[in-house]
Design a protein around this ligand. Structure first.
Ligand code: V47
Length: 394
């Protein structure tokens, strides 16, 4: 073992927090397998041999976007070939279809559309809740939430958090159940200005999530790595997330971050396609560091769509305890030039997890175990919600 890992091991054994220097050491250590072992130890202490997945579907209501993020191959300008926006009936149909195939979650994100009114988004949520009430609606990144606050003319300049709060409350009351983790990219102003100028900055992203936690919404957090950022930027990103989670927990907010999802940059088709993208080893290293630094975020997701299933299997030994969903369409990135139809069956997902030596557990978006019989599903009797419902009935 690299001697530099010994004090870190001692800290972990004593339940003490790692700091920025420890993060740098973990990124730089030549003892790659030692790092993996540390991450796996922490992962196993928290989650044993359980590996979660869910049955979900993605809905990208529009790819039209005012922004021009250099890493993004999804966005189109208004009128450009391939630009689209879904009508509400089309969205309703997708909701009915997802519910009929037994999905528990709809993950909804889109571009910053210059024309769609705020009512479109409220309609989208209300329609899905009416047509597919069993779907949990995990919708709108912090970037979209700020866009919607602007579209609906909240006074963000005078009171950013207040404007965000009023928009989130309205969305929540229309059916929004939680926020996905997208749009965080990497929390650094230099990288921001070079690669996604015009998008909200890290302080605004974090404020949206803070307000979401205050108003009772659970959220996720991503980190896009392997482009023009440094490893030090990644450590700082993780520390900012940890600090924000401390804030939610110390203040007893009803919401908090549930999981972190490190996302490897895919160069193909983007304005940064001259870059190589991260290697498999860098993916494992970044995942392990995320698990070790984020002692207050319960779940770490290996998003198999971007990592591939074989890589995700290995990632279960490197800190990940969740593979995300069975997904049906995924349009934001296309792995290796693949089409947008990316789907695994529940059987395939379970086989993948078992083969890696773990016990597959289906969860809902809030990480409550699900019991399933084909397309019919219920929260498992052991989950706290089901238990409290049973108590209320008794
Ligand atoms: O914010 C865009 C990233 C994100 C590329 O919350 C790219 O459960 C790699 O946030 N290469 C959207 N990444 C995806 C996302 C997500 C995914 C799965 C689960 C959850 C969750 C959230 O995708 C964007 C951006 O960071 N992205 N382009 C690219 N070329």
């Amino acid at each position: 073992m690299d001697d530099a890992l010994l004090p870190i091991t001692e800290k972990l054994d004593a339940g003490r927090r790692l700091d920025a220097d420890d993060g740098a050491t973990l990124f730089d250590t030549p003892d790659f397998w030692g790092l993996g072992e540390l991450a796996n130890r922490v992962r196993r202490a928290k989650h044993g041999d359980v590996a979660y997945y869910n049955v979900n579907q993605h809905l990208n209501y529009s790819n039209v976007c005012l922004l021009s993020c250099k890493f993004c191959e999804f966005q189109r300008k208004p009128g450009q070939a391939g630009a689209y926006e879904f009508g509400i009936e089309e969205i309703a149909q997708k909701g009915r279809d997802a519910q009929a195939r037994g999905a528990t979650e709809m993950h909804i994100v889109g571009g910053l559309h210059p024309k769609l009114p705020f009512d479109y988004y409220l309609d989208l949520l209300r329609t899905l809740k009416a047509e597919a009430p069993r779907l949990h609606l995990k919708a709108f990144t912090a970037v979209e939430v700020v866009h919607l606050a602007r579209v609906s003319k909240r006074a963000l300049r005078q009171d950013f958090a207040g404007g965000v709060r009023s928009v989130l409350v309205e969305l929540r009351d229309a059916g929004l159940d939680s926020l996905p983790g997208g749009g965080a990219e990497v929390f650094d102003d230099r990288v921001h200005d070079e690669a996604w100028r015009g998008k909200i900055r890290s302080d605004e992203w974090l404020t949206v999530h803070r307000v979401a936690h205050e108003v009772g919404l659970f959220t996720n957090a991503t980190m896009l790595y392997g482009h023009i950022e440094s490893r030090q930027n990644r450590v700082q990103h993780l520390l900012k997330l940890r600090e924000e989670q401390d804030h939610a927990l110390q203040n007893g907010f009803p919401g908090r971050f549930q999981c972190v999802i490190p996302l490897p940059f895919f160069p193909d088709g983007s304005a940064l396609q001259h870059l190589p993208g991260p290697s498999g080893l860098e993916n494992l290293r970044t995942l392990a560091v995320a698990r070790l630094m984020l002692d207050n975020i319960e779940h770490v997701k290996a998003f198999w769509i971007m990592q591939t299933l074989p890589m995700a299997q290995v990632m279960l030994d490197w800190g990940a305890n969740d593979l995300d969903g069975t997904v049906v369409w995924y349009d934001i990135t296309k792995v290796g030039g693949a089409g947008t139809h990316q789907e695994v069956s529940i059987e395939q997902m379970c086989r993948t997890i078992r083969e890696a030596g773990y016990r597959p557990v289906e969860r809902d978006t809030l990480y409550r175990p699900v019991e399933r019989d084909g397309t019919r599903w219920e929260l498992a009797a052991s989950s706290s919600e089901a238990a409290s419902r049973a108590t209320a009935v008794a």
